[in-house]
Design a protein around this ligand. Structure first.
Ligand code: AMP
Length: 282
């Protein structure tokens, strides 16, 4: 695996005649890799001839400085994992390489409701920063396929819009969430959970599964199911609920009925660690 820290060196490498013929699969990450990230690299390897992964903790998408400063960093281990997964290229830039003219947003893209609700409401500025870095990385790497996780459900919907708005010729592949044995969605933040909080965290996926079960096997209304799930989380001491919402899976609008494609999305804080998860319900 080749490692590039400089944008121009990576671009020079990708432009060589040999590489220009190859299908490029790109997986952007913030490091502290786990099997969820590795599943994206594996899918990229299956369908692309050149697999690029980036590790960059993007400062512009953190609205909470403590969260940014505490973001886990395990670069030696990450390199080993990527190497073992058969990744071809790791892009490991610093802030100046990604934002040579500074991190200020020149002309923020407008995504409307889809970026204003849920995470957009609880993490102001997060999606503008995320869109900024994804746009930047796509323009540097020019991949054919972009591998992202459904774990960040709202994020992949916004990236799909970004690709459309900018008329980029990249195909977004949204890959399913990889979970721990007990159901907890893998996340770089999980390592920050104390052993006790780690046990509590299973309540998130348990409640999402409950929502799916209630949706598929009972006559309860969307509102009733949502309330039962909110109660199930709020009854657990140690979990602070930010939101548990059942929404239209494409627009994230409040659904009018069960005939729409639905997704349940949750955000909680446990011991100061913010975790998100979601599940398609029908
Ligand atoms: P992050 O490093 O958290 O920015 O994540 C990088 C990419 O990995 C994003 O597209 C995430 O949606 C995806 N990802 C994170 N966790 C998981 C998971 N448990 N399963 C599958 N993909 C994931």
């Amino acid at each position: 695996m080749l490692i590039f820290k400089r944008t121009n060196e990576l671009q020079r490498f990708l432009k060589t005649t040999d590489n220009e013929q190859k299908t490029i699969g790109f997986t952007p990450t913030m490091g502290a890799l786990h099997q969820g990230h590795i599943s994206l690299i594996r899918q990229s390897r299956k369908y692309c001839q050149m697999n690029v992964c980036s590790i960059f903790v993007n400062p512009t998408q953190f609205n909470d400085l403590t969260d940014f400063n505490k973001y886990p960093k395990t670069i030696e281990r990450d390199i080993e994992m990527l190497h073992d997964a058969g990744c071809d290229v790791l892009f490991l830039p610093d802030v100046n390489e990604v934002y040579p003219t500074g991190t200020a947003l020149a002309k923020p893209l407008q995504f409307g409701f889809i970026a204003q609700t849920l995470e957009g409401e609880h993490r102001p500025g997060h999606f503008q920063g995320m869109a900024q870095v994804v746009e930047r990385l796509l323009k540097i790497i020019k991949p054919n396929k972009l591998y992202m996780g459904l774990k960040d459900y709202q994020q992949q919907l916004i990236v799909a819009q970004l690709i459309q708005k900018l008329k980029l010729s990249v195909h977004l592949v949204a890959a399913k969430t990889v979970r721990e044995k007990d159901g907890l969605a893998m996340s770089s933040r999980n390592v920050r959970l104390s052993p006790n909080d780690r046990k509590l965290a299973v309540q998130i996926s348990k409640t999402l599964k409950q929502a799916k079960r209630l949706m598929q096997h009972t006559d309860k209304s969307i509102g009733e199911i949502q309330q039962l799930c909110i109660d199930a989380i709020c009854n657990k001491q140690g979990i602070e609920l930010e939101y548990f919402e059942i929404r239209n899976a494409s627009t994230l609008r409040h659904p009018l009925g069960k005939n729409e494609k639905l997704v349940a999305l949750a955000a909680v804080k446990i011991g100061g660690v913010r975790l998100i998860d979601n599940m398609l319900l029908n």
